[in-house]
Design a binder for this molecule. Structure first.
Ligand code: TYM
Length: 328
């Protein structure tokens, strides 16, 4: 059966972008493939969180994974730092990763702009750690949102390069996976860019109906369409893109129609959008609270997940050692 791996950085709570870009697919994939999912706490060190933050955030994501419907009996969940094997592969991949190509990665360049005083080597080698996460599982499919495409390309590049350097056909090239026809990018409510924790434009899965409705009603709009069947400006397209994720095709078609005939009332559209977002989020929110209160269960899920992951990757690491010329 094809293998699936994916993870999320514990730098805050899960938002609609994480859900529609990744976790919703995790839940569906667990019935179709051999899946494992993890919490990328080592990756989150690039922004220097406190120890307290690290512990709390990993638990939060774990509770949120479960609340979204990941069943650890079908798809084990582990915390990255519990599976130290990844560090060894990270080291080997780093030996074949070049400064120029790492510096050209868009998310690295963004971070350099965002945190000019903390351009650390971990940020630079972020794609090699992510490639190690994936390659150590010999994964076929990686469910991720659109913003991870470049990291996925790097993972394939590192896989090919390893094979070439050691003259083996060892790593296969992992593919990004989504059920839709194209990778998902959920925009923020502020009219520009993607929904993202550092952009302050998120709707979180733990938020209540009132908060969500308030955020949606405040979303940026414009003066309305100026001509029949015109293209939508980004601020308006963003609302439609979120609607495409949360609402029924009929609802989407209705508001598209209203746009095309210049009869759209943004207030009505936002009310509907808020209602449909709440319908997705409310059942998840209730479960987050329940899982978060059950510390012992969370611990046992993470412990079992780590054991399963370590079993699965041990063979890769010893084979890689042998290929490179070390004792297996
Ligand atoms: P992270 O934590 O930034 O995001 C987790 C997942 O959520 C998706 N996502 C989105 N999808 C659509 N629209 C959005 N607005 C949006 N925001 C976030 C991301 O594409 C991602 O799938 N590098 C990864 C973590 C990682 C990983 C891995 C993933 C580390 N190792 C190995 C897969 C395999 C990251 O920072 O995701």
């Amino acid at each position: 059966m094809e293998r699936v791996i994916s993870g999320i950085r514990p730098t805050g709570n899960l938002h609609l972008g994480n859900y529609f870009g990744a976790v919703k697919n995790f839940v569906r994939m667990q019935d179709e493939f051999e899946c494992m999912f993890f919490i990328a706490d080592w990756h989150s060190l690039t922004t220097h969180p406190t120890p307290d933050n690290i512990r709390r955030s990993a638990k939060t994501i774990l509770a949120e994974y479960l609340a979204c419907g990941i069943d650890p009996n079908k798809a084990p969940i582990y915390v990255q730092s519990d599976v130290k094997e990844v560090l060894e592969l990270y080291l080997y991949l780093n030996m074949n990763a070049y400064l120029g190509e790492l510096e050209r990665v868009t998310s690295f360049k963004e971070k350099v702009r965002q945190q000019p005083d903390n351009v650390n080597a971990g940020l630079l080698t972020y794609p090699s750690l992510m490639a190690a996460d994936i390659l150590m599982h010999k994964a076929d499919k990686v469910p991720v949102g659109k913003d991870q495409e470049q990291n996925m390309e790097m993972a394939r590049l590192f896989a090919r390069r390893f094979n070439r350097i050691y003259n083996v056909e060892y790593f296969k090239e992992p593919q990004s996976f989504y059920y839709t026809s194209h990778a998902v990018k959920i925009p923020g409510l502020d009219g520009s860019g993607k929904m993202g924790k550092s952009n302050g434009n998120c709707i979180y899965l733990f938020e209540d109906d009132k908060t969500i409705t308030k955020k949606v009603m405040r979303a940026v709009t414009d003066a309305g369409p100026q001509a029949m069947n015109s293209d939508k400006p980004e601020v308006i397209q963003n609302l439609f893109t979120i609607m495409e994720a949360v609402s029924s095709p009929d609802t989407l078609a209705y508001f598209n129609d209203k746009w095309n005939t210049c009869e759209i009332r943004y207030g009505d559209m936002k009310k509907q959008l808020a209602q449909d977002i709440c319908a997705v989020v409310a059942p998840i929110r209730e479960k987050i609270e329940a899982y978060q209160a059950d510390d012992a269960f969370l611990e046992s899920v993470a412990k079992q997940g780590a054991e399963r992951a370590r079993e699965r990757v041990a063979k890769t690491i010893s084979e890689v050692r042998e290929i490179i010329g070390f004792h297996a």
